[in-house]
Design a protein around this ligand. Structure first.
Ligand code: PMP
Ligand code: GLN
Length: 380
């Protein structure tokens, strides 16, 4: 295979979900909900199939979905976009990330990513021929050190790839951190790809601030989100970007030759879901916050050092208080010993030392499943 695939291996999520199936483990590894999104959403997709929405959708997305994305950005963040020129529907956020990197990264360019990073970032950067430059978010609260970010910028830096709420740490970038990122991007004329797929999964009354809302960022920001997270339909693979007309045109130039268009019958259904009342979004948060606390309290009482997340549906623990030193060893042992699967942080780092004792657990599961996992973990 080509050099650009070297080191990409098999994604940890496929590996760990296969391990969970093989060992009959409770799967708190790969992040996907074990219940589906709202009934109205599911019914709308079925109705769209019956009504004949089964051929290629328009390349940029069906007009109702593009309008709904615009309305959503206005309603939650006061941001204004033109549905014809400033929105692009993608095949999940994963395609959006890959297409954005292909659109902006020249071979040899440097892309700064917050480490630990979601695994498709490393692959996307590599496939675009770029070099990854990590800036590490450190336990226990995983704040961004703006001086470290500044120090990582070189004349070869082209793109900052950020993610908030952040997978796997669950940290949410603060207003000063976002201002710092924006300032640096403007000073060095960088494009910022901002992965905001967990925008609605944010707890304790915290607010999500889109990077695109900061002064001077509109023309250099690729904002990414996904229906998979907000509506618990990860298998639908409907994501989107918003950005200036030139940003959207650039990303679409890549997207049109990756997939051409994205899941036609799902698009009108997601359009309706984006217009659901605030009670949907509030209930999603409240529900996941309760699950977060159930799992975090349980892991704490089992002796783990728990880094309770501000957002996402993942919690990170340090396994050293239980006598383990290495998260990979811990996660390999876990299915046989306790019948539970989790994800070692190390796979999300270049500086693997920083992630060595850390393990990620997904809490987007029904409470009785989380309880079952906790009961099994008492066997450790
Ligand atoms: N970005 C992050 C941070 C994620 O956690 C995920 C979901 N695993 C994605 C992107 C991919 O989203 P999608 O399933 O819509 O492709
Ligand atoms: N985003 C999910 C996670 O981080 C799963 C993504 C995947 O399986 N590629 O666990």
């Amino acid at each position: 295979h080509a050099q650009r695939l070297t080191g990409l291996g098999t994604t940890i999520f496929a590996e760990m979900s296969a391990l969970a199936a093989r060992t009959g483990s409770v799967n708190l590894g790969q992040g996907f909900p074990d219940t589906d999104g709202p009934d109205s959403l599911l019914e709308d997709a079925i109705a769209a199939i019956r009504a004949g929405a089964n051929q290629y959708a328009p390349g940029r997305g069906v007009p109702t979905l593009r309008q709904a994305i615009v309305d959503h950005q206005k309603r939650f963040y006061g941001l204004e976009y033109d549905p014809d020129t400033e929105v692009l529907v993608t095949t999940g956020a994963t395609e959006a990330i890959a297409a954005a990197l292909l659109a902006y990264v020249e071979p040899g360019d440097e892309v700064i990513a917050l480490e630990p990073y979601y695994d498709s970032y490393a692959a996307g950067i590599a496939m675009a021929g770029g070099h990854r430059v990590p800036v590490t978010l450190r336990a226990p609260d995983y704040r961004l050190d703006l001086d470290e970010l500044r120090a990582a910028v070189t004349p070869r830096t082209k793109v900052l790839l950020i993610n908030s709420p952040h997978n796997p740490t669950g940290s949410v970038l603060t207003d000063p951190e976002l201002r710092g990122i924006a300032g640096l991007a403007i000073e060095h004329d960088l494009v910022v790809i901002t992965d905001e797929v967990y925008e609605h999964l944010i707890y304790d009354e915290l607010q999500h601030h889109p990077l695109a809302s900061y002064d001077g960022m509109a023309d250099r920001t690729v904002s990414i989100s996904s229906a998979g997270k907000t509506f618990s339909v990860t298998g639908w693979k409907i994501g989107w970007i918003t950005g200036s007309p030139s940003v959207v045109t650039a990303v679409n130039t890549a997207k049109q030759f990756l997939t051409f268009t994205s899941g036609a019958p799902f698009q009108p259904a997601v359009a309706n879901a984006l217009a659901l009342g605030n009670e949907y979004f509030d209930a999603l948060r409240a529900d996941l916050q309760a699950r977060r606390d159930l799992l975090c309290d349980g892991l704490e009482s089992l002796g783990f050092e728990v880094h309770r997340p501000q957002g996402t549906y993942f919690v990170t623990t340090d396994v050293r208080p239980l006598g383990y030193t290495d998260g990979i060893d811990f996660c390999r042992m876990l299915p046989d010993r306790a019948g539970v699967v989790a994800i070692p942080h190390q796979v999300f780092y270049d500086n693997t030392e920083s992630g060595r004792p850390l393990v990620r657990w997904a809490f987007c599961k029904q409470p009785h499943i989380l309880q079952e996992a906790l009961t099994r973990l008492t066997q450790l």
